[in-house]
Design a protein around this ligand. Sequence first.
Ligand SMILES: Nc1nc2c(ncn2[C@@H]2O[C@H](COP(=O)(O)OP(=O)(O)OP(=O)(O)O)[C@@H](O)[C@H]2O)c(=O)[nH]1
Ligand SMILES: [Mg+2]
Length: 248
Amino acid sequence: MKPAISIILPCRNEQDALAFCLAQIKKAIKENNLSAEIIVSDSSTDQSPEIARSDPTIILVKHDKEGYGTAYLEALKFARGKYVFMADADGTYEFSEIPRFIKFLENGYNFVIGNRFAGKMEKGAMPLSRKVSNFLISKTLKLIFKTEINDSQCGMRAIKKEALQILNPASAGMEFASELVIKSKKFGLKTKELPIDYRKRKGKSKLNLFSDALRHLKLILILFNSVQSTGLNNYLNSCLNDTKKRVF
Ligand SMILES: Nc1nc2c(ncn2[C@@H]2O[C@H](COP(=O)(O)OP(=O)(O)OP(=O)(O)O)[C@@H](O)[C@H]2O)c(=O)[nH]1
Ligand SMILES: [Mg+2]
């Protein structure tokens, strides 16, 4: 039988955190009797894949391709759930939140995203530079694309798979996070932002402030330009397909 939820963890060298995350997820699944599969999308050179392999219930997608967005795109090829739950494999997010996120999808929302600034943030969990870059990106998306998301870089999200197929994301890197936020607004997905807690990560960050900021800028320019040059309606129509009616 197909699981209802596909929980996807992008993973690059997270041997210090992966076992902790998997245990948390399995606890949440068991305690809430969820119908779920866990997919680890891996391009690690450390012990992470062995950690995933040691549990036969985990689906390991070992592709070795680089990029946060690529990790999701590779995992989605195998995801069987109606709902997709996304979060980092670094120990920062609280997986007991899974049922709360999924409840909103069951109740008519298409996209649910965490807001770490509205919850309890552990001291040192987000360095000042990250707070500033997140603020600037979120503000830019609000100004240019009229999004309403305050923590656009939050990695804990849930989305209906059909909605994700309509958004048809293609970003390879961290800008994947912004692409979903921009397109969810453009396609009018019913979206909910939920306050969540955020902990200090285990292991090293994979974010490169400079190159990832440039990739974000490029994505914003491309999407802005495509909206401008074709006109908003043409842009939307060209991207929509007939499953839209079923989703919204
Ligand atoms: N498979 C794969 N996963 C990646 C890649 N880059 C990042 N990830 C994973 O994507 C998630 C997000 O990366 P992080 O380094 O946590 O980025 P961040 O959350 O913006 O930064 P932190 O605040 O340091 O956690 C983590 O689970 C990473 O292991 C990659 O190239 N391949
Ligand atoms: Mg992280």
